[in-house]
Design a protein around this ligand. Structure first.
Ligand code: GTP
Ligand code: SPV
Ligand code: MN
Length: 594
């Protein structure tokens, strides 16, 4: 008798008609074989799927070039198909599930003719974790298959956990013909199912990541009482050896990976890495909030990564331990055949091939590496990997941080008065847009908890769910807001960021440990500047004051924008959030209609 998994695979093969079906075991030997196939037999836009790079300085390095129209997440082509449109909410594109099935069935019909279908059983989370989920993704592309080996726990343990059960999350993916008119990323939360067609880009094609671990998982969490969040997880060890666990939500390309691997600028402090993009937060048996990272690798932004900004990531990339490491849409140094990107240490190489495969002419002012070019590398390569990474229970979270890119208004750091106010800080979070998704850059958009593109249901209900989780926690984490990106009159960042962010984290930990008092302001609790360790940092007092300045009149437009944003969700925006909104307006001396 065929198992439900075998039956499902058979049905997908009948629909897509591959010439071969290959069951992945997730081993290194298999990755080597798939890379060979990718170098010799599969192409994307006329380029081989993989190209070998020189691994003298960058061990196990392979290059992948995307189709130039397929280099970021395409939010406008991403849909969440609940039976009722209101369940998806104004934060999602919605399609009727039946209509979506019909449309996608036509696209998938025969799409794998002449190709190999890779079947990948994988775990999101440690196989022994009560919070982990077993999944299977099908793809017709070796880059996706090799990436999934790095990003998830793939292979036998997932197969064993699925066994003859129906209980696994299904993902069907084909690169199709990469035509943007035939590109759809479609979620069916009722069926724990994702269908993705026409893109080979990470967040669109590695279905365990944003599609499952955030969009589908957020729906599961709403039903089951937990949270699936776009958050890094880190442990910060203080000079006494005590480790405080923190989760932080920043929108795409706003600094999660950098913070998660931060090399502390303050002696005696050490950051231990647990995750850089996704956290699943559950209420543990003791009533505290526990975080696991469902992933097993980093899919990180390359430009700007250097020994100066993120030395631990450079060490991770230079670690030989886990095979392989992928570089997607970076540039290549022609003299050395090594990957290169803007911001990497050392001189700009003399002769460079750009991300589109052309000779790079710097005098034209174009970038050699795509702004959203990325590396894919195992978390096991990370020299600061926390010893708790594989703890099936996860780690107890003492502080949650929300943030985004705000050139104005938002102080460097502040603490919420309480959980409800913290949730409000999350809902009002905004960020100036980046290259991680295909849209206009540098425009302010509200991005509650950095989940706008990833919350699989109505965001009004998501706010309510956050409030409910807080009520169930015995000892809820403190919530903080940070902003590394405030600029001066010349548009320069005022805060040095990166390793110096530990100064802010130290204040957060001191607050968690009850070591320092904070100042009450209209926006939240702000540090007394004497409690912020700025030793060894050459930053004028005036700049520090500006990083924390609150100018009530400047908030008029901000309040209007927050109100407009929250009003979209109608009666689903919880009254408790409006209470916080009114209270903020009142403290700023502004009158509002809501
Ligand atoms: P996703 O993988 O897209 O979710 O992004 P992320 O949130 O992990 O962002 P990442 O750490 O990759 O940083 C993205 C960009 O922000 C890079 O160009 C970094 O150099 C820059 N960045 C990160 N941290 C800081 C900081 O503290 N200050 C400044 N000015 N820039 C930063
Ligand atoms: C993001 O865009 O938030 C990423 C990269 O982390 S992706 O996997 O493409 O979503
Ligand atoms: Mn991300």
């Amino acid at each position: 008798m065929a198992t439900p998994l075998e039956r499902w695979v058979e049905e997908q093969a009948k629909l897509t008609q591959p010439s071969k079906i290959y069951w992945c075991d997730g081993t290194e030997a298999e990755a080597k074989k798939l890379i060979k196939i990718g170098m010799k037999e599969e192409t994307i836009n006329g380029h081989p799927v993989f190209q070998k790079l020189n691994d003298k300085h960058w061990p196990n390095a392979y290059y992948h070039r995307s189709h130039p129209n397929d280099v970021a997440r395409t939010e406008q082509l991403t849909f969440v198909c609940h039976p009722a449109k209101e369940t998806a909410g104004p934060n999602n594109n919605w399609m009727d599930p039946k209509e979506a099935k019909t449309k996608m069935t036509a696209l998938f019909d025969g799409c794998m003719k002449g190709r190999t279908m890779y079947v990948m059983p994988y775990m999101m989370g440690h196989p022994k974790s009560p919070y982990a989920k077993a999944c299977v993704q099908i793809t017709d592309n070796s880059y996706v298959a090799v990436s999934m080996r790095i990003m998830t726990r793939m292979g036998k343990e997932a197969l064993d956990r699925i066994g003859s059960s129906e209980n696994f999350v299904r993902g069907l993916h084909s690169v199709g013909d990469l035509h943007p008119e035939r590109r759809f990323i479609i979620h069916f939360p009722q069926e724990n199912l994702v269908w993705s067609f026409g893109s080979g880009y990470g967040g669109n094609a590695l279905l365990g990541k944003k599609c499952f671990a955030l969009r589908i998982a957020s729906c599961m969490g709403q039903k089951e009482g937990w949270l699936a969040e776009h958050m890094l997880i880190m442990g910060v060890e203080d000079p006494k050896g005590q480790v405080t666990y923190i989760a932080a939500a920043f929108p795409s390309a706003c600094g999660k990976t950098n913070l998660a691997l931060m090399q502390s600028a303050l002696p005696g402090y050490k950051v231990w890495t647990l995750g850089d993009d996704i956290a699943w937060l559950n209420i543990g048996p003791d009533g505290r909030l526990y975080a696991i990272n469902p992933e097993a690798g980093f899919f990180g932004v390359a430009p700007g990564t250097s020994l100066k900004t993120n030395p631990k990531m450079i060490e991770t990339l230079k670690n030989k331990k886990f095979f392989p490491t992928l570089y997607t849409n970076t540039a290549i140094d022609n003299d050395t055949n090594e990957p290169w990107w803007e911001g990497l240490d050392g001189a700009v190489p003399k002769s460079v091939t750009d991300w589109q495969g052309n000779a790079w002419d710097p005098s034209k002012g174009t970038k050699a590496a795509h702004a959203n070019s990325r590396f894919t590398v195992s978390i096991l390569n990370c020299p600061t990997l926390s010893k708790e990474f594989d703890n099936p229970q996860g780690v107890p979270i003492s502080a949650i941080i929300v943030g985004g890119r705000r050139s104005k208004l938002i102080p460097l750091v502040m603490e919420a008065f309480n959980w409800q106010h913290g949730v409000f800080l999350g809902t009002r979070t905004g960020s100036e847009t980046t290259a991680a998704a295909a849209h206009q850059l540098g425009v302010l958009r509200r991005d509650p908890m950095a989940m706008l593109p990833f919350c699989g249901y109505n965001m009004g209900d998501y706010f309510a769910h956050w409030l409910n989780v807080g009520k169930k926690l015995k000892n809820p984490p403190k919530i903080f807001s940070v902003n590394w990106f405030r600029t001066d009159e010349t548009s320069k960042f005022m805060w040095p960021g990166f390793g110096d962010n530990i100064r802010v984290i130290k204040w957060i930990i001191d607050r968690v440990q009850g070591k320092v008092v904070a100042k009450e302001t209209a926006l939240g609790l702000l540090p007394d500047l004497k409690d912020l360790d700025l030793s060894g940092l050459n930053i004028p007092r005036e700049t520090v004051d500006k990083l924390f300045s609150i100018d009530p009149p400047e908030w008029t437009g901000e309040l209007q924008d927050i109100e407009k944003y929250l009003s979209q969700f109608g009666s689903r925006t919880p009254e408790a959030i409006w209470e916080e909104y009114r209270s903020l307006a009142e403290k700023l001396g502004q009158s509002v209609s809501k």
